[in-house]
Design a protein around this ligand. Structure first.
Ligand code: 13P
Length: 281
């Protein structure tokens, strides 16, 4: 089993209509929790970290732990750089053995996004790694520092982008946003279907925290095969740890450590079951 290429995971998911959870992690305990859930449910998964989070978890430290955990896992695990911004960081992740990278050019004009994505694809090819890109713009922001307005992906742009890059996976914006949703998310399923009809590669849903099980399943049925979950994991860890500290006057460090693992495990387990990737390893 062990470390695999994300493209391979997504192609299999595409054939059998299930989704792969891409779980964002911030430390070793979260990595352990997510992998424990995947192994228990016999599910393939993607372990990922976004470039903006590297100020908290430096890539030279967290990267080797992610890669090593994937190599030793009893299920297929892809290791992914989420929302890559700079070519230097993308190259560093590839040098460390990440099996896929995302280049997020969603803030640039379409043709510039295509041009830089193609540079990233050429670089990743040397490592046999897969590439994800984004077209349109997912709302909110990865680290909560800004409230970026969502820009719904246009079918024409998605088609042009795919034809101009032949990228492996494409993140789209259909009403999804990073972070906690201020209101119940209303996903644009018609737009998703139109994009799926024109773009023959697995689509990616960012902003997975707060989307209903029913909507997740509808997304998977209509072309979404990679689903990013970050905030739900972080919040479940905070919640688990807060309850522990409320229940006990003095918490022994390793009890806290185990709670972080357990809370990340619970959240990954819940999502894997919804995405239908259990028993697909
Ligand atoms: P959430 O934090 O909303 O789950 O989004 C995760 C994500 O899309 C990471 O790129």
């Amino acid at each position: 089993m062990s470390i695999v290429n994300m493209k391979e995971l997504l192609e299999k998911a595409d054939k059998s209509d299930y989704g792969i959870g891409a779980f964002s992690i911030a430390n070793m305990e979260m990595i352990m929790g997510v992998i424990r859930a995947a192994e228990e449910l016999k599910s393939p998964i993607i372990l990922q970290i976004a470039e903006v989070r590297l100020k908290h978890s430096p890539l030279n430290l967290i990267g080797p732990v992610m890669v090593e955990a994937a190599k030793k896992a009893k299920v297929p695990v892809a290791v992914h750089l989420d929302h890559g911004i700079t070519l230097d960081t993308i190259k560093e992740a590839l040098d460390l053995g990440f099996t896929s990278v995302m280049y997020d050019g969603s803030h640039s004009p379409l043709e510039e996004n295509i041009e830089i994505t193609n540079e990233v694809i050429q670089l990743a090819k040397k490592y046999g790694a897969a590439v994800e890109a984004e077209i349109g713009r997912v709302g909110g922001s990865e680290d909560g520092s800004k409230d970026i307005e969502m820009l719904t992906t246009s079918v024409k742009d998605a088609k042009r982008f795919y034809e101009g890059t032949k990228v492996d996976a494409l993140a789209i914006a259909i009403g999804n946003a990073h972070g906690v949703y201020k209101e119940e998310p209303v996903l644009q399923f018609e737009r998703l279907k139109e994009i799926d009809n024109e773009v023959p590669i697995p689509l990616v849903l960012h902003g997975g925290s707060g989307i209903s099980a029913e909507d997740f399943r509808k997304c998977i049925k209509n072309g979404i095969k990679k689903i990013n979950v970050a905030t739900a994991t972080f919040n479940n860890v905070v919640k688990g740890v807060s309850v522990l500290f409320k229940e006990e006057d003095s918490v022994e460090y390793f009890k806290y450590h185990s709670k972080v693992i357990e809370s990340a495990y619970e959240n990954a387990k819940k999502h894997i079951e919804i995405f239908g990737s259990n028993n697909k390893a």
